[in-house]
Write a protein that binds this ligand. Structure first.
Ligand code: NAG
Ligand code: NAG
Length: 476
C-alpha cells in the first residue's frame, strides 16, 4: 500500500516537476552558461534539493556522474536551486569543451530522489576569427569576421596585440599588421584563437651610408651600405648601387678597397622587394657625394712664350692635379753654370712672371706645390734665351719714382739704349716715359705686386747700381 503510494508520487514528480526544461543549449567556451530548469510544486510534496548529473555512455550503458564529482575547478558548477521561485537551474562557469554533453536534473522529494526523464544537451563552441586576406599589400581592403557556431546572438569585440580595434573593414597600412582575435564583449576569456595579419609594403627609409664618413682619401677602403625597411625584407639581389646614375653593383654592401680619384661621384642606391608603391617598385635613396682626395700629382711647368727674347715678358705656370686645392706654390731656380749650388727661392703663386726677362733669369725652374694632403716638386724646366741676346749692352736710366707714406713704390723706368738699334730703343723709351696711369694699360705690368729682390750677386758688373723690377708675382 505504502509502496504503491510512493510509486504514484514518483510518476507524478517525474512527469510534472521538470516539464519546463530546454532540451538543447549552446555555450561559447570561456563564458558562463545557465542550464535553465523550472518545476511545479505539487501539494504535499516538497522539493528539498536538486542534483545534476552528467550522462555518459560507458560500454553501451548510460552512466550518471554527479557534476560535483567531476574533475573541474571549485565553483565550476553552481546549483541555482530556489524552491520559492521553482528554479532548478545549473550554472556552469568558464565553460570548457569538456563540459559538452548530456545533463539531467534530479529532485530530492521528501526522502526520495527522482531523476527528470528529460535530458539536456550542452554544446560548447569557440569563436573563430577570420582575417581576410591574411596577407595584404598596403592599401588593400581587409575584413575581420568573427564566426560563432552558437545560434545565440553575441556581442563581440576585436583586439589586435592587446589593443581594441574599432573598424572591422579597413585599408591595410603597415601599422595594421599584428595578431587579431575576437572575444565576447567585455568577456576577454571567451575569445578566439589569434590570427595574424601580414601587411606587405614596398621599401621605405631607403638609406645609402658610406663608411668611413667624411673625407675619402685615395687608396683607402670605402664601404657602401644600402638599408631599408620593408615587408617582405629586401633580399641581397633587391639592392642596387649606382654612381652618377649608372649601375655599379647589386647587393646590400659594396666595398672599394683601393679607391681612385676617378671613383669620385654622386652615389645612390635603390631597394626592391616586389611590392609596388605608387606605381614604382624601385625605391631610391638620396644621393651621397663622394669626393676622393689625393695629394698633388702630375705637377708640370709651362713656359709662355717657349723661347724668350731678352727684354720681353715671360710667364711660368705651375699646374697639377689635386683635391683639395693647392695651398701654396713656391718657385725655385737652379743656375745652369753652377749646378751644385742649392736652388734659389724666386717667388710664390701659381704663375711666375718676368716683365723684362734677362740673361740672369735663365736657369732650371721648378715649382713646389703643397696641399693639406702632401707636397711635391715639379719636373725642372729650362728658361733660356737665344745666344744673340746675351751680347747686348744695356744702359738703364732711372727716370721716376713714386712715393707713398707707408711704402715706397718705385717706378723704374728703363731705357735700353742699343748702339746697333737706335730706333728700337727709342720706341722702348717712349713706352716707359708714360705716366703710371697710362702704364697700367699694359696688362703685364702689375705695380701693386712688385717685389724687389736683391740683385747681387750679378753675373755682369754693368748691372751693379741698377734698380730693376725683377720679379712680378701674380697670384692666380
Ligand atoms: C698627367 O697629365 C697629362 C696631361 O694632362 C695626362 O695625359 C696624364 O695622364 C697625367 N698623368 C697622371 C698620372 O695623372
Ligand atoms: C723639393 O725641392 C726642395 C728644394 O730643393 C727640397 O728641399 C724638397 O725636399 C723637395 N721636395 C720634394 C717633395 O721632393
Amino acid at each position: 500500500m505504502m509502496e504503491r503510494l510512493i510509486l504514484t508520487a514518483m510518476l507524478i514528480i517525474s512527469g510534472v516537476l521538470s516539464e519546463d526544461i530546454l532540451e538543447h543549449q549552446c555555450a561559447l567556451k570561456g563564458t558562463s552558461v545557465i542550464l535553465r530548469c523550472k518545476y511545479n510544486n505539487l501539494p504535499g510534496l516538497t522539493v528539498r534539493s536538486i542534483k545534476w548529473y552528467k550522462v555518459q555512455k560507458v560500454a553501451d550503458k548510460l552512466m550518471f556522474f554527479l557534476v560535483s564529482g567531476l574533475p573541474s575547478p571549485a565553483n565550476h558548477f553552481e546549483y541555482m536551486f530556489n524552491n520559492n521561485k521553482n528554479d532548478c537551474s545549473l550554472r556552469i562557469n568558464d565553460v570548457q569543451f569538456a563540459d559538452e554533453g548530456e545533463y539531467v536534473v534530479s529532485f530530492v522529494v521528501n526522502l526520495q530522489e527522482v531523476k527528470s526523464h528529460k535530458h539536456k544537451y550542452l554544446s560548447v563552441k569557440e569563436l573563430k576569427a577570420v582575417v581576410e586576406p591574411s596577407t595584404a599589400a598596403e592599401g588593400d581592403t581587409v575584413g575581420l569576421t568573427c564566426v560563432t557556431a552558437c545560434p545565440e546572438k553575441t556581442q563581440i569585440a576585436w583586439m589586435r596585440d592587446g589593443l581594441p580595434v574599432t573598424n572591422t573593414v579597413f585599408q591595410a597600412t603597415k601599422e595594421d599588421a599584428g595578431r587579431y582575435y575576437c572575444a565576447v564583449y567585455q568577456q576577454d576569456s571567451a575569445r578566439s584563437a589569434s590570427v595574424t595579419l601580414n601587411v606587405h609594403y614596398a621599401p621605405t627609409g631607403v638609406i645609402l651610408s658610406v663608411s668611413p664618413a667624411g673625407a675619402v682619401i685615395a687608396g683607402s677602403t670605402v664601404t657602401f651600405t644600402c638599408s631599408s625597411e620593408a615587408n617582405p625584407s629586401v633580399t641581397q639581389s633587391g639592392y642596387t648601387l649606382f654612381k652618377d646614375g649608372k649601375f655599379i653593383s647589386s647587393g646590400q654592401n659594396f666595398i672599394i678597397s683601393d679607391i681612385h680619384p676617378s671613383q669620385s661621384g654622386q652615389y645612390h642606391c635603390s631597394a626592391w622587394n616586389g611590392i609596388q608603391w605608387r606605381g614604382t617598385s624601385f625605391v631610391k635613396s638620396l644621393g651621397i657625394r663622394v669626393e676622393v682626395q689625393y695629394p698633388p700629382i702630375n705637377i708640370t711647368v709651362s713656359v709662355n712664350p717657349e723661347h724668350a727674347v731678352e727684354g720681353s715678358s715671360v710667364s711660368l705656370t705651375c699646374s697639377c692635379e689635386t683635391n683639395p686645392a693647392v695651398d701654396t706654390y713656391t718657385w725655385y731656380r737652379k743656375t745652369l753654370s753652377d749646378s751644385s749650388s742649392p736652388p734659389v727661392w724666386v717667388g710664390s703663386g701659381k704663375m711666375l712672371s718676368y716683365v723684362f726677362v734677362r740673361e740672369l733669369h735663365t736657369g732650371l725652374y721648378f715649382c713646389h706645390v703643397r696641399s693639406k694632403l702632401g707636397e711635391s716638386n715639379s719636373t725642372e724646366v729650362m728658361l733660356s734665351m737665344p745666344e744673340s741676346s746675351h751680347d747686348r749692352k744695356l744702359l738703364p736710366i732711372v727716370v721716376g719714382t713714386g712715393v707713398s707714406l707707408s711704402a715706397v713704390l718705385l717706378m723704374a723706368l728703363l731705357l735700353f739704349w742699343k748702339t746697333q738699334k737706335r730706333a728700337m730703343s727709342q720706341k722702348i723709351a717712349a713706352e716707359f716715359s708714360l705716366g703710371p696711369g697710362e702704364s697700367n694699360s699694359d696688362p703685364n705690368v702689375v705695380y701693386a705686386n712688385v717685389t724687389m729682390l736683391p740683385l747681387s750677386p750679378l753675373p755682369d758688373e754693368a748691372y751693379t747700381n741698377l734698380i730693376l723690377i725683377e720679379e712680378i708675382h701674380i697670384r692666380m
